[in-house]
Design a protein around this ligand. Structure first.
Ligand code: 3H9
Length: 685
């Protein structure tokens, strides 16, 4: 039974029980409609409490139904039915009232919530706008400015703040159902407020819409939904209720079928699958009550900050006292900058710092549950660390390496209890970037792997399981990005043209600007190591820039020149002449934006297909998450693989063949060719 009705004397309590998140499936809508009909004609009922079982109030329309033809009762009609019921309905909210869930609550005459609840209209995050009156009723309740903020950003508001804004009518401490029934009984004795459809939208200065439009456009970048959502709120302010409802519904239906909405829905589901690889079903992670980080450099300090942000006590181990001090000072800078940005208070920063012990003594790690090594990217250095950890830590402690390129199998070789070892690849800055690649070795047990995923959840990261290969998923694709970018330079494109094209594609930065920001020396170091292993990495121009110590912004020049103290890239004559020299043997072409994008993005797709084929990534969606959360690939394109599928895999294969014929890319891989037959990526078997 999805919806039940019970009576508490003169108050009816409707309870929805539709796990996991009480989404408004067709059955729930129908049952709620029937309940409204029943209770309207029941003279013994004076008010109706709408409450949910399980972990949350209604979390929205059922996203699984978005691809299907809508079936009546449609949500806008249901909300109107509740709003015009003969008895007042009171929404009793715990967990989250999101999207259609908040729209149902706005149809109710009152809303009460437990202090931990939150409410929001996250539709724009799915590439759509509210479709059941959210953008029309919310400004009538809290005014256009606050409503615009919520509708165009999709951010949720916690119950206490929602109470202060007038979005909810009471915060219930203690038992929600009892509190809601008491509230309902008291409300039924008094004159009722007008339903929202009969209220007007408070007037705002006409300049509000122009100013807000600019702000929303700049935040939304290339996403369509936020500006369309703003238009809905504006219509609510300027037209009558029914006209605004029709406008919102039309916008919702248009956007629901748009490529951006399909892409964002794909990311939504990918983000929910990634934390649960099938092999871990039913596997219990080990408890994580304390953590340690070995190495207090940029990466180590960032990881330690992320662990502290999640509330874990942290021990930071360095090789000598000077390095300990430097590590602690790196952490201080991270927390100070969070205070400056208004993310945390001064007191919180002090509390986070006080939860870190800096030491050189591995003996302090005897009871630590998880240790993450983030020392210099050198096999011998790392092995020495794990040798010490192997004896210092208890045998159930999870030992993790944050290597980006080295082979975790080799790092773990010889440690005691290798089943507790796993790779945890963070992205810099580690306290900010959402991606965490989790890399098991052949000996990693499911419980250890599950602990990696549990840690990701604690740190609010997006975990992606990755297999072992050079660079795992993300950096292996990055190598192709960079190599292709250099191939373009050798064939007649300029760094500016390449960066401009990739920005136009939707990346926050082009490949050359990004290297200048991060520093060219790190990749040069990796290339040296690769050459020592007998590999032949392709970076003819970057190699020459590094010989000249042009490492990027930090050395005053890299792919671009930088005026002292400036970060604006200026075309460099030195770089242009190096490119000309290196390009002497290569035929020159005219490059427009579309061809530049193809020459970079499609070989990335090809590499990703190999990664999928080798099972380094388990699912195409996982690769999408790596690109989005680790490398700024535009979310609204759905990630690299979704982009390729939407563009058409057959077309991708054809374009790669052309590039390969010109010696500008490798030919399409077998898996890509086979996937092109069905239009969707297939894995190996
Ligand atoms: C909307 O409402 C449009 C309306 O304006 C107009 C309509 C006409 N539908 O995230 P979790 C599943 S748009 C179906 O891991 P948590 C999810 O796939 C909607 N399924 O849990 C997963 O399934 P599984 C606006 C949904 O506790 C399971 O629930 N609403 C939906 O960390 C657990 O998810 C939103 O955008 C859904 N709407 O977080 C809300 N939502 O176990 C999006 C979740 O099989 N949802 N599932 O993999 C969320 O933000 C989080 O899921 C929530 C719980 C905070 C609710």
């Amino acid at each position: 039974m999805t919806v039940t009705i019970e009576r508490n004397s003169d108050i009816a309590v409707i309870a929805i029980d539709n796990p996991p998140v009480n989404a408004l499936s067709h059955a729930v809508r129908q049952d709620l409609w029937n309940a409204a009909e029943t209770l309207d004609t029941d003279p013994s009922v004076r008010a109706v409490v709408l409450i949910c079982e399980g972990r949350t109030f209604i979390a929205g329309a059922d996203v699984n139904e978005f691809g299907k033809p809508p079936m009546p009762p449609h949500l806008p009609d249901l909300v109107a039915r509740i709003e015009t019921a003969t008895k007042p309905w009171i929404a009793a909210i715990h967990g989250s009232a999101l999207g259609g869930g908040l729209e149902v609550a706005l149809g109710c005459r009152f809303r009460v919530a437990v202090p931990s609840a939150s409410v929001g209209l996250p539709e724009v995050l799915l590439g759509i706008v509210p479709g059941a009156g959210g953008s029309v009723r919310l400004p009538r309740l809290i005014g256009p400015a606050l409503a615009t903020e919520m509708v165009t950003t999709g951010t949720s508001v916690a119950a206490p703040k929602a109470r202060s804004q007038g979005l909810i009518d009471a915060v219930v401490e203690g038992d929600l159902e009892k509190g809601a029934i008491d509230f309902a009984r008291a409300a039924a004795d008094q004159s009722l407020p007008l339903p929202l459809r009969q209220r007007s939208v408070p007037v705002v200065d006409p300049s509000f819409w122009e100013t807000t439009s600019k702000a929303v456009a700049s935040r939304a970048k290339r996403e369509d939904a936020p500006l369309r959502a703003l238009a809905c709120v504006r219509k609510a302010a300027e037209a009558d209720f029914d006209t605004a409802m029709a406008f919102e519904r039309q916008t919702f239906l248009e956007l629901r079928g748009s490529p951006q909405a399909a892409a964002l829905r794909h990311v939504f589901f990918a983000e929910r699958s990634a934390p649960r690889p099938p092999e871990l079903a039913g596997i219990e992670p080990r408890p994580i009550r304390s953590a340690a980080v070995i190495g207090g450099g940029t990466m180590g300090a960032g990881i330690a900050a992320a662990l502290r942000d999640a509330g874990l006590p942290v021990t930071l181990v360095e090789r000598d006292e000077v390095a300990v001090e430097r590590g602690l000072s790196n952490l201080r800078s991270i927390f100070e900058s969070s205070v400056k940005r208004g993310r945390i208070t001064f007191e919180t920063a002090a509390e986070r710092l006080s939860g870190i012990i800096g030491t050189t003594d591995y003996g302090l790690l005897a009871r630590t549950d998880i240790v993450i090594e983030a020392v210099f990217e050198d096999l011998d250095v790392k092995r020495e660390v794990f040798g010490k950890l192997s004896t210092a830590c208890h045998c159930d402690a999870v030992l993790a390496t944050n290597t980006s390129y080295l082979d975790p199998e080799q790092i773990a070789a010889g440690i005691k209890h290798p089943e507790r070892f796993v790779g945890l690849h963070f992205f810099s800055p580690a306290h900010v970037m959402k991606l965490l690649e989790i890399v098991p070795t052949a000996q990693t047990t499911p419980a250890t792997l599950a602990t990696g995923f549990a840690l990701a959840r604690m740190l609010k990261k997006i975990p992606v399981r990755a297999g072992i290969c050079n660079g795992f998923i993300g950096n292996r694709i990055l190598k192709v990005t960079r190599a292709q970018a250099e191939r373009l330079l050798l064939s007649g494109a300029t760094p500016q043209a390449v960066d401009t094209a990739m920005r136009a594609f939707g990346l926050p930065m082009g490949p050359f600007e990004a290297q200048d920001l991060g520093g060219l020396d790190i990749a040069a170091f990796q290339r040296r190591a690769a050459r020592a292993r007998g590999e032949t990495p392709f970076a003819p121009i970057a190699d020459r820039l590094c010989t000249l110590e042009r490492f990027g912004q930090k050395s005053g020049g890299g792919w671009y020149d930088y005026a002292k103290g400036e970060r604006t890239p200026q075309p460099s004559e030195i770089v242009a002449s190096i490119i000309a020299e290196e390009a002497r043997e290569t035929s020159q072409q005219e490059w427009d934006e579309a061809r530049i994008i193809d020459c970079i993005a499609l070989p990335m797709v090809n590499e990703a297909a190999k990664i999928l084929h080798e099972k380094v990534a388990l699912r195409a969606g996982d690769i999408d998450l790596v690109e989005i959360h680790g490398y700024g690939f535009p979310r609204w394109r759905g990630g690299l693989m979704h982009y390729a599928e939407e563009r058409g895999l057959a077309g991708v294969v054809a374009a790669l063949e052309t590039l390969a014929a010109e010696d500008l890319a490798e030919p399409p891989s077998d898996l890509l060719r086979r996937s092109a037959e069905g239009g969707r990526f297939v894995s190996r078997d």
